[in-house]
Write a protein that binds this ligand. Structure first.
Ligand code: ADP
Length: 352
């Protein structure tokens, strides 16, 4: 009963804000909403057909919170995952850059699933795709659709696909897609989440059959929860595994070098790699963060005040800092879970 919608209400104004827009955005009262809509209007100042029946506040939310005009991630920022990068380049980036060549027999699938343990770079890949293909990136977490947007999820999904179709080429990244497209629970499934799922599949079907340049990327840590309908629409399914030893070394070096803190010898890096078997990319990032606090903690222990501390007086990060940090930052993925991903990959994953 105390549910508060996550977007600002219009204070009871029942004018144009909540109503659907018929055509021109001039009729919209709220300035920021108007600006959003204007950006989506054609040269004639008319709102595209698809957006006309949608609530302006939802379009505004999509434009401001879900659309990322500059995802700012490049392939070179992602350690390892050469296989995934190669597949994605062929399957997604080339077709987005050259739709004229990728048609007919070469027409690409419109759905890609990235699955694997958390913190391995799935979101980074989604952003890099948008960056490399010069596409607009839309990020939505499917669990927010079911938790935050209770009762409004369907409308939001319609608005999302509507705005994406006006912003082509577009990449829609749906995180935790399992919570949206999970296997139908025979009795317990809520009517509203069933409707949301149906709406989502209808939208996907719509752009799959058309000539739209929209790619849907679903990411999940629980691929085994997806049902057959979801698998059918996400035609390419790529396993994003834990980083290799080389990729872990790259992450350590890259993060420390960025801050000018890198002074480790090759053997020291090798030792860190040997000690971090089973760490995800995000675990590695946390490890580097913790280790880089070492020099600071040591200086403070010697009685220097934080306000007096000079950057140039701090020593570089050492192997010992990493050894201490390893006690704090433990791997977040268990061996058991890895087995599940590998099994699913064998059964449903795309190997090339
Ligand atoms: P996922 O979507 O797989 O859960 P993310 O892509 O959100 O994981 O990664 C979380 C963070 O972990 C990233 O912001 C990045 O700092 C780090 N990270 C994870 N994988 C990699 C990788 N392969 N290369 C570089 N950094 C990584």
């Amino acid at each position: 009963g105390n549910f508060v919608p996550p977007i600002k209400s219009n204070g009871g104004n029942t004018g144009n804000m909540t109503s659907r827009i018929a055509g021109k955005c001039e009729d919209v009262a709220d300035d920021s909403t108007k600006r959003c809509l204007e950006m989506l209007c054609g040269p004639d100042g008319e709102l595209p057909e698809r957006l006309r029946n949608l609530e302006p506040r939802l379009i505004e939310h999509i434009s401001n919170e879900i659309m990322d005009k500059d995802p700012n991630v490049r392939w070179d920022d992602i350690a390892g995952l050469e296989h995934a990068k190669k597949c994605v380049t062929e399957m997604v980036i080339w077709p987005l850059l050259r739709p004229d060549i990728f048609k007919g027999c070469r027409s690409p699938g419109k759905g890609l699933l990235l699955f694997g343990p958390p913190g391995t770079g799935k979101t980074m890949i989604g952003k890099a795709i948008a960056g490399e293909a010069k596409a607009t990136f839309f990020y939505i977490s499917a669990s927010s659709l079911t938790s935050k947007w209770i009762g409004e999820g369907e409308k939001l999904v319609r608005a999302l696909f509507g705005v994406a179709s006006c912003r082509q080429p577009a990449v829609i990244f749906v995180d935790e897609i399992d919570s949206l497209l999970s296997q139908r629970k025979s009795e317990g499934e809520h009517e509203s989440s069933r409707r949301l799922k149906t709406q989502f599949l209808i939208e996907m079907e719509g752009f799959d059959s058309g000539n739209e340049q929209i790619l849907l990327i679903g990411a999940t840590n629980r691929p085994q929860e997806l049902d057959e309908a979801a698998r059918r629409r996400l035609t390419k399914r790529l396993y994003i595994p834990l980083p290799s030893s080389e990729a872990r070394a790259w992450i350590v070096r890259n993060l420390l070098e960025k801050d000018g803190l890198f002074k480790l010898a090759k053997e020291e890096i090798d030792t860190i790699c040997n000690l971090t078997e089973g760490y995800s990319g995000s675990d590695m990032k946390n490890l580097v963060k913790d280790a880089s606090m070492g020099p600071l903690r040591e200086a403070l222990k010697q009685g220097i005040e934080i306000t007096e501390l000079k950057k140039e007086d701090m020593r570089p990060v050492t192997l010992q800092d990493f050894e201490y940090a390893l006690q704090e930052v433990r791997p977040s993925v268990s061996l058991n879970e890895l087995g599940t991903y590998e099994e699913w990959n064998k059964q449903f994953g795309s190997l090339s």
